[in-house]
Every structure is written in C-alpha cells, then in structure tokens.
Design a protein around this ligand. Structure first.
Ligand code: PLP
Length: 411
C-alpha cells in the first residue's frame, strides 16, 4: 500500500505560507447596532465586548439602517416569508424580483436588468457566458479589474488581453493587433476600490467604438453614490448610453445585498438563458429584493446622503494630508493610506483597534500589489466630526509611535 497522504499537513503548509508572509487573514467579529452606525460592538477573542467605530465598511451611505429600507424588508417578510423557495426558473421569481429589476433598468436608462445573488456572481457569470453568445469573443480587461471579473474572463474559454490600468493607448494597440472581424468586449470599472481612482470611461468607449467592441463596466463602487439619481459615474458623466452592460451591487452604496447587470432586453434575455451562475441557484430572498428596491428608489431622489458622503471624504483627506500621511487622492470617496509592508499594516490596524477602538482592516497582497499594503478608510454620512477627530488623532499618534515616514508637508 502507498504511504497515506497527510492531508492535514498539506493544509498546515498552505496556511503557514500565509502566516510567513504576514498576510493570514483574521476576521474581526463585530455586531453593528442599528441606529448607531458606524458604532458597533467588537466580540473580542477573550470573550469580552468592546465598543468600536467601523472605518472600513462598504455601506457607504448608511443605507443598511435606513428606515425605508428596513420597513420594506419587514413588510416583505411578513407578507411572503423568509426565502424565495426556488431558482428564478423554478418558482423563485416573485413580484419583488420583477420590481427590483424594473427599478434598476430605469436607474441606468436600459431596457432591462438581471439580478444575481451578488455582484461577484453577476461579473463572473456574465463574463464567463459571453463567449457562448459571441463565438470567438476577445475580452480586453483592465489590469486592475476586480477578482470577480478576472475570474469570469479567466475561465470563459474565450481569448483575453490585459491592458495596462487605465491605458487607452495600450488597449488600442491590443485591439489593432487582433482580427478586425473578431467580436470584442472591453471590460473596466468606474471607480477602482483600492486606489479610489476613476476609469477614463469616455476614452475607453471611444476606443471600443473605433474597433467595433462592446463595453462592460463595473460600477459597484459608484451606484447609489454618484450621479443625480445614483446611477453611478456613467450617469454623472452622461455616458450610460455608451455602455452595453453595466454591473452594480446592492450591497455597498445601497446597503443590502445582491448584484445585477443592466443592458438591452436582448442581452439580459441571452445571459438569463445561458449563464449557469444565474440559472442554477436560488433567487434572492424576497425581503432582500424589497429592501434593495426601496434603497434604489430612495437614492433616486435624495441628494443629501450623497452630498454628505463626499463632504466627509474631503474633510478626512484634508486632515490626514495635514499630518503628512501618504494618502492616495483621486477625488473619490475612498481614502487609502499607504503603509507599504504587510507587517506594519497589520500592526497599525491592531493598535488602532486595541488602543483606540477604531476598526480598519489591513489590505494586503493579492488585493493590492506588494509594497503598497494599506489602510483603506471609508468615511460616510454617519461618520461625524467626533469620529473623524478621534481617527485623525489616533493616526497621528500611531504614525509617530511606529516611526513611519511622512510626506513633505504640503498646503
Ligand atoms: C465588492 C466588489 C464586487 C462584488 O460585489 P458583491 O455584491 O459584494 O459581490 C464586484 N466588483 C468590485 C469592484 C467590488 O469591489
């Protein structure tokens, strides 16, 4: 008989690799308290509870505790029960799903929208299905696209080309080198979540037009947050009509859960009919769909939260820059402070939590390139002057304590 394989030892090796590189992920166990965002309770490993302020959430506008969203969810649970009871095809399509899809199609000025259980699945399922719809499809993908897009492009059996981040000339070169007769699709994001920079959407669309390519945008970090009705950067810049497929989430700006694409009726019909990630999974719980629809509808007319969100981000950036911290600022709502190595980043994050009750998760490779490990702060309308003060003082204190470099003081 062969030597038995020691599976446990293999698992240990895999985990030890992560520990060795200082990028083993630990999840902080927290309980958010409705009505008190961004305050939460940390269930510490020693069994005690401590109050904390969450500074790394993606519930960008605090919609997760919005009264209209919660009322819609309560109402749907009382009316229809907990789950949907099936896949979309087999008894899992309800009035709540249809209503939400109509709300999303309208949001982006498209004929139709298609719901998925998350934006991750929406990206993965759609991008991996497109080559079935357009045989010979070549996908041109921005180098910093989200893991869900990479995954969809990687295992779709079609051809892929990676263009340098936001480099439209590189994209043009790649398209020019390919068969003019081949179907093509350019995939990119509107807001890149780790640097908080914007994609050159108009220029990318111009290049796509030049080569007869379809366009696909991930607006996950923009929907609800940018544009007069929350339709994202493409709405703000009047470019939605130039995008063939818009992807968004209901979990970040909208504060609930779920993902979608918005596109032509024919495109949605084809993806609906061919994407395993849409077909073979239970549809969203009706209460989730109801809450998401209420959130989307609310943010179509409310401007206050969007404005406050941008203001809080500006204030935090100004104050951290005032301390000379190495901040990336592309004018979006995301505030990344570069620390530059995984161990320091983890240590800073631990000290912020333990000494100051400030929770910000360290961001390491492979989420960001090595050497750019960072703390990524996400201010929101619920982060008031008191919370900002506390964070700024804590960062100042710890930056000195850890003897980290500061940038040249600038105005
Ligand atoms: C978070 C994220 C997703 C996935 O969204 P979920 O709805 O949480 O699955 C997709 N794209 C980008 C850029 C993201 O940051």
């Amino acid at each position: 008989m062969n030597q038995p394989i020691d599976y446990t030892a293999k698992l240990n090796e895999a985990l030890d690799r992560l520990h060795g590189e200082g990028r083993y992920r630990t999840f902080i166990d927290i309980e958010r308290r409705r009505g008190q965002f961004p305050h939460a309770t940390w269930n510490c490993p020693d069994g005690t509870e401590r109050p904390i302020t969450v500074w790394c959430g993606n519930d960008y506008l605090g919609m997760g505790q919005h009264p209209e969203v919660m009322a819609a969810m309560h109402e749907a649970i009382d009316a229809t029960g907990a789950g949907s009871g099936g896949t979309r095809n087999i008894s899992g399509t309800t009035v709540y799903h249809k209503r939400l899809e109509a709300e999303l199609a309208d949001l982006h000025g498209k004929e139709a929208a298609l719901l998925f259980t998350s934006a991750y699945i929406a990206n993965d399922a759609t991008l991996s299905t497109l080559p079935k719809l357009f045989p010979g499809l070549i996908i041109y993908s921005d180098a910093l696209n989200h893991a869900s897009m990479i995954e969809g492009v990687r295992r779709n059996g079609g051809s892929k080309r990676i263009f340098r981040h936001n480099d439209v000339e590189h994209l043009r070169e790649l398209m020019a080198a390919d068969d003019p007769a081949a179907p093509k699709l350019v995939a990119f994001e509107s807001v890149y979540s780790m640097d908080g920079d914007f994609g050159p959407i108009k220029e990318l669309c111009d290049a796509a037009d030049e080569f007869g390519a379809l366009t696909y945008i991930d607006e996950v970090h923009a929907v609800g947050i940018y544009g007069p009705r929350g339709g994202g950067v493409t709405e703000r810049d009047g470019l939605a009509h130039r995008i063939d497929i818009i992807n968004g989430t209901l979990a970040k700006g909208y504060g609930v859960m779920g993902g979608y694409i918005a596109a032509s009726a024919r495109m949605c019909d084809a993806v609906r009919s061919y994407a395993p990630g849409f077909i073979f999974t239970t549809s969203l719980a009706p209460a989730i769909a109801a809450g998401a629809a209420a959130s989307v509808a609310f943010l179509k007319h409310d401007q206050t939260l969007r404005a406050q969100h941008q203001t809080q981000a500006k204030i935090l950036k100004l104050r951290l820059k005032g301390l000379g911290l190495p901040l990336i600022d592309h004018g979006s709502h995301i505030v990344p402070v570069i620390v530059g190595d995984p161990k320091h980043t983890k240590k800073l994050s631990d000290m912020l939590l333990e000494r100051h009750g400030i929770y910000v998760q360290p961001i390491n490779f492979p989420t960001v390139p090595r050497g750019t490990e960072r703390l990524r702060f996400t201010p929101s309308p619920v982060h008031g002057p008191g919370e900002i003060d506390q964070l700024v003082h804590a960062m100042d204190d710890l930056w000195s304590h850890c003897a980290l470099n500061r940038a040249e003081m600038s105005a």
